[in-house]
Ligand binder design. Structure first.
Ligand code: AMP
Ligand code: ZN
Length: 460
């Protein structure tokens, strides 16, 4: 498998540090507001990456942190009754919508506020090793002491961008950043040997990743906005403190999701919450859409594109339903499609192995759906299609799970038998009314000769 590494700016062979095991850390949200569809893109992508690695047989140790000590959280604290409440409320919201989106929970969601001791220890190590120094408002990292500074982002240390970072005229270098901020009135603080205060922005990820994954690990991810300064600073702190290089083997970044070609922002009022999306679309459609663009290309969201994605997705869902029905009813035809199905599936896998090329993988999935829907599949091909579709679901989680459970299915079958009875006795008024009723439930009844077949129709 190959994956693009932001550190080398190249697509590289993926070889984890320990054979068969992958350790992956992704920067989590600052839970101060409802999660939006930009977050959904990033966390669905890493969930998909984790699922694909698991499909390939790796055991994946996956960690996503929660930045629950932060300026934005503190700003909302008074309004909501404390910074802990803000973090709690919006973390819960995050778990809830991610659960609905079928994102598998990571091993853990560590919070900054539960890892202050680890952070203090790390800051102390950096002070002891001469990488950090004290100013009047906090402890800072001295970037000139770390020769590799800039290797991830290739940032120009003399640029404008740098001078805007954590301005303090007494800093030794413009790019120096706070590891620890001394307590200010009204802000949460913790006692530390070097002075009471709270962590700076970057130190948490070095502390929490090493706590759960060790001092070196395979994949570190996040949205592309985090490359600089966040991830650059994480590397500096971690390699300086742990003395191991590289701290992280592969850096993976997801390009941004925009709305109508502009950035989502509060001032523009164009933020779409994940719950808003889920009100209108099935979770599988949301995943299908958000994974439809390659993760390194910007994805521009519009409601029309969502509708279009649902049409494409409906074909896959319909194929899954048709396979499930054939198996349930033991209704097989005579067409063999084993060769086509196998070749389309291995095509899909090889596109994914090539830097997770989802758009190309989607055309292979489309082929699989076309094959299922256009042929009268025999038993062997149906069973193969069923295995393939469930593998596709393991990787992408895009096949609707509850097409129908057994009880619902039995009930629908019963209604179809009743309808059949009316049809045979010429009571078309009743049989049509049952058909209409089922249609409202999203079930499309097609009369094929004497037997009525059901097909799910995916409309809301
Ligand atoms: P935040 O809560 O803003 O710190 O973001 C949490 C994660 O979501 C980070 O990895 C961000 O890079 C990512 N993220 C935020 N906004 C977007 C967006 N519009 N598109 C993709 N990822 C995003
Ligand atoms: Zn981070």
């Amino acid at each position: 498998m190959k994956i693009y590494n932001t550190l080398s700016r190249k697509v590289e062979d993926f070889i984890p540090i320990e054979p068969g095991k992958v350790k992956m850390y992704v920067c989590g949200p600052t839970p101060y507001d409802r999660s939006h569809i930009g977050h959904a893109r990033t966390y669905i992508f890493f969930d998909f990456l984790r699922r694909f690695l698991e499909f390939k047989g790796y055991s994946v140790r996956y960690v996503v942190n929660l930045t629950d000590v932060d300026d934005k959280i503190i700003r909302r604290a008074d309004q909501m009754g404390g910074w802990q409440v803000v973090g709690d409320v919006y973390s819960r919201y995050f778990f809830d919508v991610l659960g609905k989106l079928r994102v598998k929970p990571p091993l853990t969601y560590p919070r900054v506020s539960n890892h202050i001791q680890e952070i203090i220890q790390l800051v102390q190590t950096l002070l002891d090793r001469g990488y950090a120094y004290r100013l009047d408002d906090g402890i800072y990292f001295d970037v000139s002491r770390f020769s590799g500074y800039g290797k991830l982002s290739k940032v120009d240390l003399n640029s404008e961008k740098i001078s805007r970072i954590e301005p303090n005229p007494n800093k030794r270098n413009p790019a120096d950043f706070a590891l620890w901020k001394f307590a200010k009135p009204g802000e949460p603080f913790w006692y530390a040997p070097f002075g009471k205060g709270r962590p700076g922005w970057h130190i948490e990820c070095s502390a929490m990743s090493s706590r759960y994954l060790g001092e070196q690990f395979d994949i570190h991810g996040g949205g592309a906005d985090l490359i600089f300064p966040h991830h650059e600073n994480e590397i500096a702190q971690s390699e300086a403190a742990f003395g191991k290089e590289p701290w992280v083997k592969y850096w993976v970044h997801v390009a941004f999701l925009t709305i109508d070609k502009t950035k989502m922002s509060k001032s523009l009022g164009n933020i779409i919450g994940i719950d808003e999306l889920l009100e209108r679309f099935e979770p599988e459609v949301v995943r299908f859409y958000l994974l439809s663009a390659h993760y390194r290309t910007q994805l521009d969201f519009t409601w029309e594109k969502m509708e279009k994605a649902r049409e494409q997705w409906a074909k896959i869902a319909k194929a899954a339903f048709s396979v499930a029905r054939r198996l349930k009813e033991n209704d097989f035809g005579t067409d063999s499609a084993v060769a086509e199905l196998e070749s389309a599936f291995s095509e899909m896998i090889s596109h994914l192995e090539n830097d997770l090329h989802t758009p190309k993988a989607y055309s292979a999935i489309n082929k699989i759906a076309d094959t299922v829907l256009s042929a009268d599949l025999d038993r062997e091909s149906t069973e193969l299609a069923s295995r393939i579709l469930s593998d596709i679901d393991r990787i992408f989680a895009i096949i609707p799970r509850n097409l129908m459970n057994d009880r619902e299915y039995s009930l629908v079958r019963l209604l179809l038998d009743v309808r059949e009875y009316f049809r045979e006795s010429g009571n078309y008024k009743m049989s049509d009314s049952i058909r209409e009723g089922l249609r409202e439930w999203g079930i499309d009844v097609q009369d094929a000769g004497k037997v009525s077949k059901v097909n799910l129709k995916f409309k809301k």
